[in-house]
Design a protein around this ligand. Sequence first.
Ligand SMILES: *Cc1c(COP(=O)(O)O)cnc(C)c1O
Length: 430
Amino acid sequence: MISGKEALLEAMEISPAVAAFCQKQEASVRAKFDEIDEICEYNQWKVLDAFQKERVSDQHFETTSGYGYTDLGRDTLERVFARVFHTEDALVRPQIISGTHALAVAAFGLLRPGDEIVFAAGTPYDTMQGVVGIRPEKGNLTEFGVTYKIVPLGENGLPDIEALKKTIGPKTRVVEIQRSKGYDYRKTLSPREIGEIIRAAKEVKPDVIAFVDNCYGEFVQKIEPTDVGADIAVGSLIKNAGGGLAPIGGYIVGKKDLVELCAIRLTSPGLGKEAGATLGVTKSFYQGLFFAPTVTAAAVKTAVFAAAVFKALGYNVLPEPDEERCDIVEAITLNSEQAILSFCRGVQFAAPVDSFVTPIPWDMPGYGCPIIMAAGSFNSGASIELSADAPITPPYNVFFQGGLTYGHGKYGVMRAVQEMVKDRVLSIPE
Ligand SMILES: *Cc1c(COP(=O)(O)O)cnc(C)c1O
């Protein structure tokens, strides 16, 4: 029988040296964990309040099939989301297959031929580049007569607000602000910073639509982009907002007329939000949203712990352990391909599912170079679950996120360190 933490960890392949080193770093971020717990509590109450105000009851967990007209559970869930995000309306559907799809639905829903979309925070996320036509995928927005402009980040790595103001012109209908970093080594934007960008954009053109890619950002802070002027915000339910329980889906929240345009694009003109069966997933959406603040907090703690450990090992990390958190992602510059492979192998070996699998880089659809992804998740590809991905290109940044529970996230970090030690890409300081 194994007794004691060290013995159990050793039986799980973590050496006493790695365990002791990591444990020591955790002590340095305890105050940060208290802050995360405080935000979590607030967001839990915010979600609970929305459930109560909408009188959620077990009849809302029933399912519909076929056209899915009059789906009470779906319609009530959308009102719950609208309350949580303080918006007029919401579209929350299993027919939205991913975050990219939610972004595409919103972009195609809002833009018309002759319109322009301006990206306020540099080049958008890889898959979004294909949607817009920055990378020429078939069926992209430019084929429909929509043009785009990208405002490069300023020298400080933050959005260049003066350049944005000069870029917005009479054709600009949408200003897109991507909150999270994607595969860029840049600061994630806080809702406060997003609010400043929106204010500047509306100064130049009051009727411009402020559109926020909120992927990975939900519930990390007490306010959301929709609290600071975003007209529409979009995210994935297999990231934060699904709480690890939603098996699929995306959400679009915002102004009523804009959400309607997105719904029309998702279903069809004349149908909009009225149709769309929920096929038994509704309860997991409700329960996932209920858990989302807690699960997000576990993921944020995991990211902070990873930052502390890898900074102490001498790596560049973004954000720093004590910096303000605006999403669940930790970027770590690992400096070599081998280090990336070892790190990702460790994250995979730490998983509850597919822990015996070795991840290898591949040419994933929608991305510009080979990508390695480590994820042993209950829902395929769900990156609210502990996962790491890295484009195989210098300076070899790995993007590490998720963790349904902190205990798992912490073990994942230790296992990643352990694999790197085993492969001699790092050694634990004395
Ligand atoms: C994950 C992500 C997306 C795309 O979401 P998928 O569900 O992977 O399609 C878009 N933007 C950002 C910033 C993301 O992090």
